[in-house]
Design a protein around this ligand. Structure first.
Ligand code: HEC
Ligand code: HEC
Length: 415
């Protein structure tokens, strides 16, 4: 069930990334047109978006910007090992999900329940795929940006009008008037829409959000070699009888030559253990069921989707300190051991239930356990040999580190 996505935009991202620094073209962004207003260049929107991304004054607490959770020094992922971040008016309200990296999201397909590859001849239904956030409920980074600006446990502004009031008092106010007209702030809805548009355009910047400059990218370009251990790790990662990781976390270039994103963006239940560190989980009736709720509400009558979360990209994953949608793991080695032993040694990963038996898939009500993926590396019998061993784990860890951005390939030797 390999799903290769080759939208045109990925090719654009590629062509800019294979060259050194792309000159910012004065492109015009259609959505920025408003009747009677001048077209606004993508470059101007981008620099406005950058300003907003780092502006703490846009939060109710005055202490939190997008960058507080999506740290540029951590591949725009969380800056610490907390499973979930704190936010809200007082900066003390806990989140319920781990912060994803904002890199390599430019070509995430729109959410679809029945995803079909449009490039190949196989029109197999790959199931629910795409969309932004862990449950795919936001259809663009554009609509996504409004979620944290408003959410009570994040930037906590409550309403778009409250955000616009802060914008009007912020350092960005002058740029706003310059770009969108003197009276932009008397149209709060339009002003809010411009703010999220600017944030979206900023997140398209290839140098910051899709640099394609990991060791693995350099290897694909023929600029460097992988070590023997990294090569073994790549093999185990791809091997359908070992990690089988690449069946979801695509590792090969697409038919069009686009570099892999290490995700097919499919929604899958892996049965991650419940995380007691999440405050909401103190209520034993609370479950984060991903596609079927509670944040996403349009699919709540689809029990077959309960427990499914979007497959994350593994680029820069070795820089993270918290893993899975609920941040239940804090060490990448643990994640790999979980994949190996979830079914062969469940007692290592789940607590015991009241009946003294291992409470497998304890973050999912029993009626949804059938949704959990059982394909390799999963599906082994209890006590049986795992699909891969500790040596494979060491090798895969070495390989996963080659997916970190910021690698400098060796200079070609002078003759
Ligand atoms: C309090 C921490 C926090 C702040 C502040 C925050 N985010 Fe996020 N962000 C998250 C979490 C948690 C998720 C995952 C949400 C979910 O799955 O429901 C997320 C998801 C996202 C996504 C979707 C990523 C994906 O993989 O689909 C984007 C895009 C994003 N945030 C952009 C922003 C922008 C832009 C801002 C500022 C306006 C911002 N975030 C502020 C925590 C935060
Ligand atoms: C059947 C599809 C599938 C396969 C096979 C698979 N994964 Fe995943 N992977 C996922 C999904 C879905 C998630 C998110 C699950 C969640 O958060 O509940 C995930 C999450 C992860 C994460 C956490 C990333 C983060 O940002 O939190 C890592 C690391 C990871 N996978 C590595 C691997 C490795 C290594 C293998 C092979 C041993 C593998 N995966 C096999 C679908 C898959």
């Amino acid at each position: 069930m390999l799903r290769t996505l080759i939208p045109l935009s990925i090719l654009a991202a590629l062509s800019t990334s294979t060259l050194s620094a792309p000159p910012a073209k004065p492109a015009y962004v259609g959505a920025a047109y408003a009747p009677g207003a001048r077209p606004v260049s993508a470059k101007a929107l981008e620099s406005l978006g950058r300003q907003l991304f780092f502006d703490r004054s846009l939060s109710a607490s005055g202490a939190m910007s997008c960058a507080t959770c999506h740290s540029p020094a951590h591949a725009y992922g969380p800056p610490n090992g907390l499973a979930v971040q704190l936010g809200g008016v007082d900066g003390k309200q806990p989140g319920t999900r781990a912060v994803p990296s904002l890199r390599y999201l430019q070509t995430v397909p729109a959410f679809s329940e029945h995803f079909h590859d449009d490039d190949g001849n196989d029109s197999e239904d790959a199931g629910p795929t795409g969309g932004f956030t862990w449950d795919g409920r936001a259809d663009s980074t554009h609509s996504q940006a409004s979620l944290p600006l408003l959410a009570a446990n994040e930037m906590a502004n409550g309403t778009p009008a409250a955000v616009v009031k802060k914008l009007q008092a912020s350092h960005a106010a002058d740029s706003f008037r310059q770009l969108f007209g003197k009276d932009i702030f008397s149209h709060p809805d339009a002003a809010f829409a411009k703010a999220v548009l600017a944030l979206e355009v900023f997140q398209q910047n290839p140098r910051e959000f899709a640099p394609y400059d990991s060791k693995y990218d350099a290897y694909l370009r023929g600029q460097t070699k992988l070590s023997a251990q990294e090569m073994r790790g790549l093999k185990a990662f791809n091997d359908p009888a070992k990690g089988n990781c690449a069946s979801c976390h695509l590792s090969a270039r697409s038919e069009n030559g686009a570099f892999p994103l290490f995700s097919d963006f499919g929604h899958i239940a892996v049965g991650a253990p419940r995380n007691p560190a999440i405050a909401a989980n103190r209520n034993s009736h609370y479950y984060d069921l991903g596609l079927c709720g509670p944040y996403r509400t349009d699919l709540k009558n689809h029990p077959e989707y309960c427990g499914l979360f979007r497959t994350p990209s593994l680029r820069n994953v070795a820089t993270r300190k918290t893993f899975f949608h609920n941040g239940v793991f804090s060490d990448l080695r643990q994640v790999l051991r979980f994949y190996a032993e979830r079914d062969t040694h469940p007692e290592k990963w789940y607590p015991k239930g009241k009946d003294g038996k291992v409470a497998k898939f304890d973050d999912l009500p029993a009626r949804y356990h059938g949704n959990v993926n059982m394909e390799p590396p999963f599906g082994g019998k209890p006590g049986a040999k795992s699909a891969f061993n500790e040596q494979d784990i060491n090798d895969m860890l070495a390989f996963l580190k080659t997916l970190n951005d910021g690698y400098k390939p060796p200079k070609p030797k002078k003759i």
